[in-house]
Design a protein. Structure first.
Length: 203
């Protein structure tokens, strides 16, 4: 009996199985939805009372793309943990969903060209892809540093935008302004971190 107990004690514990593909995609999708809801709050605070929540503008153009992006990055994490697959790093482009989906709405392209509406979505997509590269640990360090600086400028611009649009109430000297600026700042940073998944080394 003692020999059997010793053998059990010296046997390495079995490695816990990694979560399934479904779990990765589901967690990524839910996380993306939460991220999108936070981003929509950032947008609403800038516009103030004029902000309107609609099926198209909010659900289809913000929440759904955020959920899809999160699900794609969850899929990328599953592939990364299981050794990768051919062309799996194309999931690096997942944040483009955030920029493309709003442009599919009626009149969105014209509004972008004439009024600049929708430019923020493009900026977030750039932050995701560029920030993911900067944080990935792959590639030449100097290029990652250069891209990282550009991403930081974009993130700083997003954090500073509410004060320019929302007026004194959203100035950084006001607690509300600090809150909204942090919403924008952390949205950019968390997207960059998540977007680094398909650019990192496989497990």
């Amino acid at each position: 009996m003692s020999d059997q107990l010793a053998q059990v004690a010296l046997t390495p514990l079995a490695t816990a199985p990694s979560p399934s593909l479904t779990a990765h995609v589901a967690v990524g999708g839910v996380t993306g939805l939460a991220w999108g809801a936070g981003l929509r709050s950032y947008m609403a605070e800038m516009v103030g009372a004029e902000s309107v929540v609609t099926w198209g503008g909010t659900v289809l153009a913000v929440l759904l793309p955020a959920g899809v992006t999160g699900a794609l990055l969850g899929w990328a994490e599953y592939l990364r943990r299981t050794g990768g697959r051919p062309h799996w790093r194309l999931l690096t482009l997942s944040p483009l969903v955030l920029a493309v989906a709003p442009l599919l709405m009626p009149g969105a392209v014209l509004a972008l060209v004439t009024q600049g509406l929708g430019g923020g979505a493009i900026a977030f997509a750039a932050i995701g892809i560029g920030g993911g590269f900067a944080l990935s640990g792959r590639g030449r360090a100097r290029w990652r540093a250069l891209v990282g600086v550009v991403v930081l400028i974009l993130v700083a611009g997003i954090a500073a935008t509410p004060a320019g649009i929302g007026g004194p109430d959203l100035a950084l000297s006001n607690p509300r302004g600090v809150w909204v600026a942090l919403l924008g700042l952390t949205s950019g940073v968390t997207l960059a971190i998540a977007s680094s998944i398909p650019q990192r080394r496989t497990a």
